[in-house]
Each structure stands twice: as C-alpha cells, then as structure tokens.
Design a protein around this ligand. Structure first.
Ligand code: GTP
Ligand code: MG
Length: 280
C-alpha cells in the first residue's frame, strides 16, 4: 500500500515534476483517501522545505485519525454487550466469529445472539462458528422477531455470568428506515437488559467512500461507537480507513484481513501510517 515511498524518494533528490504530483494525487484518490484529504496531503508535501518529509506526512496522516480509544469498552457488573451492525455482506457474521474466537482465546466467556432471523442460512452460519469455537449461540425461529432473540440471549448471558454478549444482526441498507428502526428496537432491548457497551459498525474496505455515508446513517439510528474494517487483505484501497475516521470521528477498533477466524487484528494506527508512507 506504500503510497508515498516513490514521491518521498524523489523529494529527497529534489526532482519532483508536475506529473509526479499528478501521479501521487491519482494514487491517493485510487486508494480511497478522498479528494479533500489527498489535496491536503499534497499541499503539505509541496510546502515542506525540510528534509523530514516523512515526519510531515506522518503528522498529516496521524491528524486525520481519531484520538479516541481503540480498546473495547468493558462493563464491570454485567456482561459486556457488543452489538454488531452494518449493510449486507460487509462481514458482520465473520467478524462476530473472529471476535468471539479472540475473546475466548483470551480466557473470557462469551454468549452470542443470532439476531439475523431473515435468512435460515444466517442462523446456521453462526451456529457452525459457535460449534467450531465452542461458544453458545442463542438463536430463534427463522423469520422470528430478532428483538426477542436478543432478549433471550441477554437473559442467558446474565444468568451464566458471561463476560461478553455479542449480537450479530441482519445486513440492512442504511437508507431503509423500517430496518433501521428494527435496530433501534434491538438496542432498546439490550439497554433494558442492562446496557450496550459497544455498537460496532462493520464496513467493507473495498466499498470505498460509501463507508462514510454508512457510518453517518448507522450513527444516527443506533449510536455507533467503533468500526470494524473488513477485507483489508488484497486491497490497495486501505486509504479508506483514514477517510472514514476523519469524516466520522469513529475509531476503527479492528481490521479483517481474510476469511479465516484468525484473520483479525486490532487496528494499529502507527503501523498503518508506516504502511502508507512505505517506511517501517
Ligand atoms: N477477504 C476477506 N473476506 C471476508 C472478510 N470478512 C468477511 N469476508 C467474507 O465476506 C463474505 C460475507 O461475510 P459475512 O460475514 O457473511 O457477511 P455479513 O455482513 O454477515 O453478511 P449478511 O449477514 O448477509 O449481511 C464471506 O464470504 C466472508 O468470508 C475479510 O476480512 N477478508
Ligand atoms: Mg451475517
């Protein structure tokens, strides 16, 4: 993804032509940084007279990232409750499986709610992960009320004294108000049961700038607290992480880097910026 390495090398040699700048701008936009941020970064690079172009770039990139904590919030006297939301096919269920696996490996007890009741296959998908990872999955009837599945799961998590309750929800278009209302209802059920600690919006990194619009809508309906950015593997478009954080102010907490249960990492902003600049 090293977007800047070539230009930085040229700047060091003092030989940057107008077409080099155009080339850099194109590559930044192609990497989904967005036009505004790309132009700002180029302005910074152009005005930089010192030898520390890397430091100037690093500062500009870091400035676009949020200062909010990237750690998962924890509840103290009840199961930490994590609601996972997003548009269709972004990787919610896979991310729920990754999250339950990593929490379980860290020694925590987890209960999962299969609140996507729209498709029978969605319930089975989560149950298969649950069996593989050995985490209980509370499921309801196909086409049943997702809020009642969530109610049952919250009860079970509380009775068992689980450390975490993770709720997988059906994919939904952020523009469909009836579906967004259903999410608010799920949230209210969880609040009644004790509280919601995290609402994680799952965004597919390859969908580019549309992720910013999704973040805005989901935040309005259900109060997003953080992002999971999936499909960062094999994508030259990782720049969307910067654009989405800058526009939404929401911290990216995890990234998905593949289809396997271990292809999941905490988002490391320093490593991410080093990757963009191309100097480790
Ligand atoms: N390469 C890659 N594929 C991923 C990643 N996360 C999920 N996928 C794949 O994306 C597809 C959709 O994943 P799901 O987890 O079913 O997505 P979802 O958001 O639950 O989908 P719906 O419930 O239908 O809205 C599957 O083929 C996953 O294996 C990732 O980080 N990298
Ligand atoms: Mg799903």
């Amino acid at each position: 993804m090293a977007l800047f390495s070539k230009i930085i090398a040229k700047l060091r040699g003092g030989l940057v032509t107008a077409s080099d700048w155009d080339e850099l701008r194109t590559s930044l936009i192609e990497a989904d940084l967005g036009a505004t941020l790309s132009d700002e970064l180029i302005a910074i690079a152009k005005s930089n007279k010192s030898e520390s172009i890397e430091i100037a770039m690093r500062g500009a990139l870091a400035g676009a990232l949020t200062q909010s904590s990237r750690e998962l919030a924890r509840a103290t006297s009840r199961p930490t409750t994590i609601l996972v939301v997003g548009v269709n096919g972004t990787g919610k269920t896979t991310s729920v499986a990754k999250l339950m696996s990593s929490l379980k490996n860290a020694g925590s007890s987890v209960v999962v709610a299969a609140a996507d009741t729209f498709r029978a296959a969605a319930i089975e998908q989560l149950q298969t992960w649950g069996e593989r990872i050995d985490v209980p999955v509370v499921a309801g009837k196909f086409q049943g009320d997702p809020a009642s599945v969530v109610f049952d799961a919250a009860k079970r998590a509380s009775e068992e004294g689980a450390d975490y309750l993770i709720v997988d929800t059906a994919g939904r278009l952020h523009t469909k108000s009836n579906l967004m209302d259903e999410l608010s209802k799920i949230r209210r059920v969880l609040e009644k049961a004790g509280g919601v600690d995290e609402v994680l919006l799952v965004v597919d990194a390859t969908t580019g700038q549309n992720g910013i619009i999704q973040a805005r809508h989901f935040t309005e309906s259900v109060g997003v607290t953080g992002l999971i950015l999936t499909k960062m593997d094999g994508s030259a478009k990782g720049g969307v992480a910067l654009a989405i954080e800058r526009e939404s102010g929401l911290p990216i907490k995890f990234i998905g880097t593949g289809e396997g249960v271990d292809d999941f990492e905490l988002f490391d902003s320093d490593a991410y910026i080093s990757g963009l600049i191309g100097s480790e």
